[in-house]
Design a protein around this ligand. Structure first.
Ligand code: GLA
Length: 400
């Protein structure tokens, strides 16, 4: 396990005059919907298309959301993913839910989600079919060419969020496909968070946030898997995109795997810390009805969540990538700074970060709080830490 040492050099000042100067001048509509990265639940990482993905499961998750304190911690969306739809549109050309999975219909789920003060999200693809492989030519119909009709249907379900995937896109260019659904969603008049999911294939960070598209977040990578190698690969692809994230428009390195069993608790803490310092969406991807206490504790770390949700809305910047140790720094609205130090290697590492490297004023004194051990110490703002393999230490540094 890692231990933390704080250097106790004389005290110095914080020169973080950036807080107020970097706040957005006024909240746009996108900013209002997605002022901070989306937080919630999505069933995909735990169920994929298996039969357990159905109405009773989703209702159970909604109940657990309240019971386990996730709503209190800031999680809001209950999003359902691929395989909710029937393989055929109805006689009018509308999508309809799979009657075996959702016998009560989608609207009823939305009503239930809303009755708990939560928000509801749905999924489809900017293609002829969604992503689940077509079986006997019975894939699930996608939105391509049906944008207006589908957006109207979704609005009639009172959805608050749409994840728009990229499968079966007939090799048509990405941007117009995402513009078409963006326009259709806006035409409904209902505020709907628009989650662009084209896997980073066409550099969506360059166009998905434009007004014509209106994307509130865009996937930057392919699908995450519940392995350390997958999480690490995705982190490395997403961490370099910090300049493109801002309130209303976030890089999305995919949903959380915390709790699914394929990583150690140390690795899941790294996953959660790295996603938070990268201002990534925090979408829980594990079955909350069976979650283990250690995983729940990670997801409920309110101090780490606060780093992700900080209203300044800046994605952390990597300031060091050396010998397998990554240092990422995120300025916060009140002038504090969050720092994550991640050891990607298979051996223990001793890391030191100097106050100047963090951009702090050497003449001031700081309080350094470890957001996992919850210990805090006065110091000059510099950090020293012993990191176990794959571990991340996360701090909030405040001027005293
Ligand atoms: C794609 C997406 C995933 C998930 C599946 C569903 O792979 O990237 O997040 O939505 O489709 O089939």
């Amino acid at each position: 396990m890692r231990s933390t040492r704080f250097s106790k050099l004389p005290t110095f000042a914080l020169a973080l005059a950036l807080a107020s100067s970097q706040l957005p001048a006024r909240a746009s509509e996108a900013g209002a919907l997605a002022a901070t990265p989306q937080m919630g639940f999505n069933n995909w990482n735990s169920t994929h298309c298996r039969a357990e993905f159905k109405e009773t499961m989703i209702r159970g998750i909604v109940d657990k959301f309240i019971e386990l304190g996730l709503k209190d911690a800031g999680y809001r969306y209950i999003n359902i993913d691929d395989c909710w739809a029937y393989w055929q549109r109805d006689k009018d050309g509308n999508l309809k839910p799979n009657p075996e999975r959702f016998p009560g219909g989608i609207k009823a789920i939305a009503v239930y989600v809303h009755s708990k003060g939560l928000k509801f999200g749905l999924y489809t693809s900017a293609g002829t079919f969604t992503c689940e492989p077509k079986q006997e030519n019975r894939g699930f119909p996608g939105g391509l060419g049906h944008e207006e009709r589908d957006a109207k249907l979704f609005a009639s379900y009172d959805i608050d969020y749409l994840k728009y995937d990229n499968c079966n896109n007939e090799k048509l260019p990405a941007k117009p496909r995402y513009v078409a659904m963006g326009e259709a969603l806006r035409a409904t008049g209902r505020p709907i968070f628009y989650s662009v999911c084209e896997w980073g294939e066409n550099k969506p960070w360059l166009w998905a946030g434009e007004a014509a598209v209106g994307g509130n977040s865009w996937r930057t990578t392919g699908d995450i898997e519940d392995t350390y190698a997958s999480m690490l690969k995705i982190f490395k692809l997403n961490v370099v995109l910090d300049q493109y994230a801002k309130p209303g428009h976030w890089n999305d390195p995919d949903m959380l795997e915390v709790g699914n069993g394929g990583m150690t608790d140390v690795e899941y803490r790294s996953h959660f810390s790295l996603w938070a310092i990268m201002a990534a969406p925090l979408l829980i991807g594990t079955d909350l009805r069976t979650i283990k206490p250690a995983a729940l504790e990670i997801l409920l770390n309110k101090e780490v969540i606060a780093i992700d949700q900080d209203p300044l809305g800046v994605q952390g910047k990597r300031i060091r990538d050396r010998d397998g140790v990554h240092v990422i720094v995120k300025p916060l609205a009140n002038g504090d700074r969050a720092v994550a130090i991640f050891n990607e290697t298979d051996t223990a590492r001793d890391a030191a970060v100097d106050v100047a490297e963090l951009g702090l004023d050497k003449s001031r004194q700081y309080t350094v709080r470890d957001l996992w051990s919850r210990e805090q110490h006065p110091g000059d703002g510099s950090l020293r830490v012993d990191l176990a393999p794959h571990a991340t230490a996360m701090y909030r540094i405040s001027a005293r």
